[in-house]
Every structure is written in structure tokens, then in C-alpha cells.
Design a protein around this ligand. Structure first.
Ligand SMILES: [Zn+2]
Ligand SMILES: [Zn+2]
Length: 358
């Protein structure tokens, strides 16, 4: 990773322009994409991409130099940086964490009801004798996890880039070895994959607001002296592993049953659908730019095929799909319902039969 651009890092958050920040990120090998002026969400799609559904992979806007589809547009191409931030200096800057080999811990300090003690650190029961009075935020749960492992909390890790957010949270940036496992993004409240309550993980399929970005809520300000991410500590890599964050490059396919162990067809239907539902739920990691509609469409299309072959009932499918969609986009339930209905009916024209079915 090139380091020569370190000197151009904004020491004082108020002086760097978004263009400077974008070039600094690209110089570090991190693909960047525009954020809406004054906001932490991606810049708007073009009208065609806003109005008609298609996957970012099938979109011609990127080759035409447009920034549609959030972090999918992220690039290190200097001509695009010139065209985007050079010409639109009010755009903010996001980094697509996956292709940048970054793992960023997003520690929240929001006031929220503290959940049951067994939901604070997924997979780690916290004994009744542990006094949790005063526990209020992701700073506390991450400190608790670190203490259990005999480590310093990442929030206090002054060897790495840390960025204070306008809402009082903290982004702790780490880089992962390029040859190491890729990690999925997660939100701390997810019942499926989470590191700690009020601590989100931003990596594959997620983006992060860059240091020195200004929004209407305030500035993302680097703290301490470190201005580059340190290598992800081994103990945190172990915790990400333990909590199911590594991404398996396992395609969703129907596995023929092993001889002598016939798997009930219904169970196999769920096995096929579950990773697709997980992808929908994982869109909760970011408010936009996660290809939510595309993923929901894919899951519902597959469910339609399973209904058509009798492996799933229509109401089971709708319950599973609606729950996944609402977990990721609670305010878009009407949109989700429309996507589910149309994809279920499209998928029904292609019944999914399992190979080797008795
Ligand atoms: Zn477009
Ligand atoms: Zn598009």
C-alpha cells in the first residue's frame, strides 16, 4: 500500500477539501464514491437508475463515468475523481471498505434501550454476577469484549486511524491482510451476525465516511496522531471469525444428498433460501448502496421456484422474505412487498427441484 500520501492527510479536519480527501484515499488504494452534499449517505442515482430496477453489475452508468449505485461506483481512477469532486466540490467522500481491504469498527453512542445481557456480546454469556450498571453504548460493549480477552479496547488504540463522528461515535479503521479472509459487514443489533451491541462492522458490502468529511451534523474528525489504519489485530480477527464474519465464497446451489442420509426436502429448501435471506438482512449495514432490491428480488425469485415445486408454502415464503426485508429496510415495507410479490410470481415459472430427490 503506498504510503507517500500520508503527509497530505488532513491534520486539521477543517482544511481539507473533499477533492483532497478523495485523492488521499485513492492514493492509499481505497476506492471512493461520492456522498450527498452535507450528508453521510451516497449521492443520488441518475433518473434512469432511480426509476428502473437493475443490478449495479448490469448498469452502463459506471462505464459512462456516473456515480450511480453508491459504493458500487467506488473507484481510484484519477480522471473520475477530477470529474466528480473537482467539478462538484460539495460532494462528500465514502470509501468502499471491501475492495479497500479495510475493516472499520463503527462504535455508536446512541441512546437506546440496553438489551438482554446475552445480546450484548453475541455468543458470550455474561454471568449475572457481572454488574452492568452504567453500560450504555458500543464503547462499553467493546471495552467489555476487550477486557474479557485481556486486550485494550480498539476505541483506545492510538496506533491506528480513529475518527470521531458528529454523533459522538467513533470509527476505528483497520486494514486486513489482502490474502486473509474477507469479512462481511454487520450491525451490532443483528440477531444473525454481530460483534457487539452498538458496534457495527464495515467491510465487504459496506462503506465508511472518510475523515475530515463535513456533514450538516458536524465533521468526521481524526483523533490522536495516527492517520493510517494499522493491521487488524489478531485477537480481533479471531473475534470476527468466532462471530461468523468471514465471507464464504460459497455459491448458492443445490447439494445432492449423501448416500444414506436423505435430507428432508423442506430442510433443503431452507438451506437454499437462507444465505439469500442473509444477504437481504445484511443490507442493514448501510442505508443505501447495498443492492438491497436486487438481493431481495433474488431471494424472492428463488422462493417462488421452491413454492412451485412444493418445497415451501406461499405464506412461509412471504413471512421469511418480509422479515428479512423489514430487518434491513424497516421504512420501505411497501416497496419490499411489491418486489416480493413480483419476484415470487416470476420465480414460480421456474420450479426448483432437488437433484437426487427420491
Ligand atoms: Zn445511472
Ligand atoms: Zn444503474
Amino acid at each position: 500500500m503506498p504510503r507517500q500520501s500520508e503527509t497530505s492527510v488532513p491534520r486539521s479536519a477543517g482544511t481539507a477539501s473533499p477533492y483532497d480527501i478523495a485523492r488521499w484515499c485513492a492514493g492509499n488504494g481505497w476506492p471512493v464514491h461520492p456522498l450527498a452534499p452535507g450528508r453521510k449517505t451516497p449521492a443520488a442515482n441518475c433518473p434512469a437508475c432511480r426509476d428502473e430496477h437493475h443490478s449495479p453489475q448490469d448498469c452502463s452508468c459506471h462505464s459512462a463515468g456516473r456515480w450511480c449505485h453508491g459504493f458500487h461506483a467506488a473507484t481510484t481512477n484519477s480522471a473520475l475523481l477530477d470529474a466528480w469532486w473537482g467539478k462538484h466540490p460539495t460532494l462528500g467522500v465514502g470509501v468502499s471498505c471491501g475492495p479497500a481491504d479495510l475493516v472499520v469498527l463503527d462504535i455508536d453512542a446512541h441512546s437506546a434501550a440496553v438489551p438482554d445481557r446475552n445480546r450484548l456480546l453475541p455468543g458470550i454469556p455474561i454471568h449475572e454476577s457481572v454488574n452492568l450498571t452504567g453500560l450504555a453504548s458500543g464503547f462499553d460493549t467493546l471495552a467489555l469484549l476487550a477486557a474479557l480477552r485481556g486486550r485494550r479496547s480498539p476505541a483506545d488504540d492510538d496506533s491506528t486511524l480513529r475518527v470521531r463522528t458528529p454523533s459522538g461515535g467513533l470509527h476505528v479503521w483497520y486494514r486486513k491482510p489482502p490474502e486473509g479472509p474477507r469479512y462481511r459487514s454487520s450491525v451490532g443489533s443483528s440477531p444473525k451476525t454481530a460483534l457487539a451491541w452498538q458496534v457495527d462492522v464495515r467491510s465487504t458490502g459496506g462503506y465508511i465516511v472518510t475523515p475530515a468529511t463535513r456533514t450538516s451534523a458536524g465533521t468526521y474528525s481524526p483523533v490522536g496522531t495516527a492517520r493510517l489504519p494499522a493491521l487488524l489485530p489478531d485477537w480481533l480477527a479471531t473475534e470476527l471469525q468466532r462471530t461468523g464474519h468471514p465471507v464464504n465464497p460459497r455459491p448458492a446451489q443445490v447439494v445432492p444428498p449423501r448416500p444414506g442420509s436423505p435430507r428432508p426436502a423442506r430442510k433443503r429448501a431452507h438451506r437454499l433460501l437462507e444465505p439469500l435471506l442473509d444477504q437481504v438482512k445484511d443490507c442493514a449495514a448501510a442505508p443505501e448502496g447495498t443492492a438491497f432490491t436486487e438481493k431481495l428480488n433474488r431471494a424472492a425469485y428463488t422462493a417462488g421456484g421452491l413454492i412451485a415445486s412444493g418445497h415451501l408454502t406461499d405464506s412461509q415464503a412471504r413471512d421469511l422474505l418480509t422479515a428479512a426485508a423489514d430487518a434491513a429496510r424497516p421504512h420501505r415495507s411497501r416497496h419490499s412487498l411489491a418486489v416480493i410479490t413480483s419476484a415470487l410470481s416470476a420465480g414460480a415459472s421456474r420450479p426448483l427441484h432437488f437433484k437426487g430427490r427420491p
